[in-house]
Each structure stands twice: as C-alpha cells, then as structure tokens.
Design a protein around this ligand. Structure first.
Ligand SMILES: [Zn+2]
Length: 300
C-alpha cells in the first residue's frame, strides 16, 4: 500500500508543494503581510521536504551525515545575512539611488507595467534567469569564479540543507547579474519580490533528496532530476544545466542534459580538495597555491 502512496506522491510532490507555497504567499500579498506568509510557506516547505527525505529518499546513501551540515547552514546564513545588510545599509553606499526607480509607480524602461501581475512575474522569472544562467555558467568556465563556486559543488550528497550553500561572493555575483537584467528593463519592486519568492521555493525543491517524477516539467523548470546532473563529478555532465529556476536558457544555449535511459549520478562532488570547515571554505578562494597545499597536507 505504502508503495502506491509513494508512487502517487512522487508525481504530485513537486507541483503540489510549489502550488501550496505560492498560494500561501499570494494570500500574504493580498492581505498586506507578504513577509509573514512567505515565511510560513517557507517553513512548511522545509518541514514537508525533511519528512519526505526521510520517508521516500531519492538516494538512501545521502541520508547519512557528511560532516558538512554546519558549514552549509553557515554559508546559507552568511550569504542571506550579507544580502540583508546590503539592502539595509544600501543607502550609505548609494545603492538606494539605483533601486529607487523600481519602487516608483511611473513606468520607465521597457517593462510592461500594464500586464497582469502574474504575467509580469513570469516575464521577470524568464528575464532574470538570463543573468542567473550566465552568472552560474561563468562560475564554471572562469577559473577565478570557480574558486568561489566550488564551495557549492564540494558536497558529496544532495539534500535541502545544500540549497543555500554558496560562498557569499558567489551569491552576490549571481544576484547582481540577475537583478541587473530587471533593473535595465525597469521592473517594479513588487515583481522583484515575487521573483525572490519563486527562486526560494524552487531552489529548496531543486536540491532535496526526495524521489520524485516530473514528466514534462523537466523541460520547463530546473527540477531535481535536471539539477542532479549538474552536480555530477564528470565534467561533460556537470557543464550543463546552469538554470536557476528554469531550463529555457539551457535549451537555447544547448547546455541542457537529461538522459532518459539512466538515473542521475549518485557520485556527486568535485575532484579537487576542499577544506571541511566553514571558515576555511570562506578563505579558500583567496589562498595562494602554497597555502592551499599546506592546509590540504594537514587533512591527509
Ligand atoms: Zn554549478
């Protein structure tokens, strides 16, 4: 019996959880309490996924501890905390002047402010995705950027705690490129907020270790089935699927990988060394080769 329930859940989990979270947040926006209801939806998503990871894991091996839980949570908090601080003290460095036009009701740029909100949100997700796609692709192509992005790929299992595991500068780079597209187009602030909501929910689902089925959704969204290939150790597999929320730019730029005949790799991670502690990982991209070798030697 439980097998049938698991099979049924495997089809409805991704669209079901995403829809529920979006509906809770829409309720919050309508009742002028978007932050409160977003957080309720986010907490609900975390609890639901943790239960599902335990009950119907995609990969049983990934339920074992990897010693990176603290580091991953610390990266999540440092990335999110830095973004909050920049928004809070943005005025000091003149950032507010750049963002101000977004908050104004008058239209500027080419943004279609007369479209229904849901359609504007769809446009924002597709447009910002262009910046997010290239920030991510550069993170793999440019050795200097890879130094930072390697932190995200250094884990040997995928689960929801890895969602926000990014070096703080890697996070900032991605946000700047994604936001730049919307800023140039003149998107209003409310639409940008909706983009962060969508990104938060989809990101949490992307990294979770839950056995799910997606069907045609794999050709629209960055589902776990698509994203797991990006975490492969094999180069010609991991240099694909750079999308954050959608796969549209992967399809257009021919970096989409989703073999139909085999399951995604379970052997995820990177070949190079990454120190285990959070503070070491934070400093790692800035260290010279000699200093890196010294730390590496201590761990062998
Ligand atoms: Zn990557």
């Amino acid at each position: 019996m439980s097998e049938y329930i698991r099979y049924f859940l495997s089809w409805i989990t991704w669209p079901g959880l995403f829809t529920i979270c979006m509906l809770i947040t829409i309720y919050g926006f309508v009742h002028a309490q978007p932050v409160l209801y977003f957080n309720i939806a986010y907490a609900f998503l975390i609890v639901a996924l943790l239960l599902l990871e335990w009950w119907m894991p995609h990969e049983r091996e990934w339920r074992k501890p990897d010693g990176q839980t603290f580091a991953s949570i610390a990266h999540t908090l440092s990335s999110k905390g830095t973004v909050q601080l920049i928004l809070l003290y943005g005025g000091v460095i003149g950032l507010a002047e750049y963002i101000k036009p977004m908050a104004e009701p008058v239209s500027y740029g080419i943004w279609p402010r007369d479209w229904p909100v849901w359609l504007q949100v769809c446009l924002a997700v597709v447009a910002a995705e262009f910046g997010l796609y290239w920030a991510h692709r550069l993170g793999h192509m440019v050795p200097l950027f890879w130094r930072f992005h390697a932190v995200h790929h250094s884990v040997t299992k995928l689960w929801i705690v890895n969602t926000g595991r990014f070096h703080v500068l890697d996070s900032l780079f991605k946000i700047v490129l994604g936001m730049a597209v919307l800023l140039v187009m003149g998107a209003p602030l409310e639409i940008v907020q909706w983009l962060s909501v969508v990104t938060a929910f989809i990101g949490m689902l992307t990294h979770c270790n839950v056995e799910m089925r997606f069907g045609p959704l794999n050709y629209i969204f960055n589902t776990p089935a698509v994203h797991r290939w990006h975490h492969s150790r094999i180069k010609h597999e991991n240099q694909n699927n750079y999308g954050e929320n959608l796969v549209i730019w992967d399809l257009i730029f021919r970096t989409y990988l989703k073999p139909r005949d085999r399951r995604p790799p379970t052997n995820v991670g990177i070949e190079e060394f990454m120190p285990p502690k959070f503070t070491q990982q934070l400093m790692w991209p800035f260290l010279k080769e000699s200093a890196r070798k010294k730390i590496q030697a201590q761990h062998q």
